[in-house]
Design a protein around this ligand. Structure first.
Ligand SMILES: C[S@@+](CC[C@H](N)C(=O)[O-])C[C@H]1O[C@@H](n2cnc3c(N)ncnc32)[C@H](O)[C@@H]1O
Length: 234
């Protein structure tokens, strides 16, 4: 049996938010923050699915959304609660599995974010099905997932394997980050559940910007999908 991704993230909870202060995390944050600024409307109901230490929960709150935030790691949720505590902050914190949204009615949310979570699942269809069910028609689903055949992920895997021969454990996240889906795979997956991809952005921490023009598969793809206007919950 593989390592449990939630337990893996338990061990990172104390320092997760601080990663966003610089480097690749800060650049990824800027992209996602801009995307959210363009779609979140004050008063809407949003779900931060796999919220971690609450970095994007805060962005949603700052945009005036009413937020539910769900994660399987109690340590991450505790870190999020501490980071966001304050009399004005009303978040529905939920400890649970991202694939089980049975506590929510059909069409409950105006939008759902799910950043850097799907790759920790053995497959994405159950999550996408639940997302589509609890999303209102026309609602946004913004998420990230690594593509297959990513150059930088492939290199990291090689380095990890090689150094592993000498007992050196690098890029440890690759022991739990297992799912990779091509862009066409993602497009057809969301289509099966009554959603359409509206926008796609690539993100890569290693490959320089000029090279990204010729490399179509960066380390991470960020998708903006929308539930179809006439969708019936999948
Ligand atoms: C890489 S972190 C991302 C956190 C946050 N979305 C962000 O972008 O900063 C992945 C999170 O997904 C959670 N997670 C992974 N698999 C999960 C599952 N099956 N159910 C609930 N949470 C899960 C982990 O506990 C962790 O907090």
């Amino acid at each position: 049996m593989g390592r449990d991704p939630v337990q893996f993230h338990d061990t990172l909870s104390h320092s997760w938010s601080s990663r966003y202060r610089s480097g690749a995390f800060a650049r990824r944050f800027a992209i996602l923050n801009d995307l959210l600024a363009s779609v979140v409307v004050a008063g809407q109901r949003w779900l931060d699915l796999g919220c971690g230490s609450g970095v994007f929960t805060r962005v949603l709150l700052d945009r005036g959304a009413c937020v539910a935030a769900l994660d399987g790691s109690r340590a991450m949720l505790d870190a999020a609660k501490v980071a966001l505590e304050g009399p004005a902050v009303q978040v529905d914190w939920i400890h649970g599995d991202v694939r089980d949204l049975s506590r929510f009615e059909d069409g409950h949310f105006d939008g759902i974010v799910c950043f850097s979570v799907i790759e920790y699942l053995p497959d994405a269809s159950r999550l996408i099905g639940e997302v589509s069910r609890v999303l209102r028609n026309d609602g946004f689903f913004i998420f990230s997932v690594p593509p297959n055949f990513s150059l930088s992920r492939g290199l990291q895997k090689l380095v990890r394997k090689f150094l592993g021969l000498f007992g050196v454990n690098v890029f440890e996240y690759l022991s739990v980050s297992i799912l990779e889906i091509s862009r066409t795979g993602v497009e057809s997956l969301v289509r099966n559940f009554g959603m359409s991809v509206m926008d796609v952005r690539g993100f890569d921490s290693c490959v320089p910007a000029w090279m990204r023009l010729v490399i179509s598969r960066p380390a991470l793809m960020i998708y903006v999908a929308r539930k179809d206007q006439n969708a019936t919950a999948g």
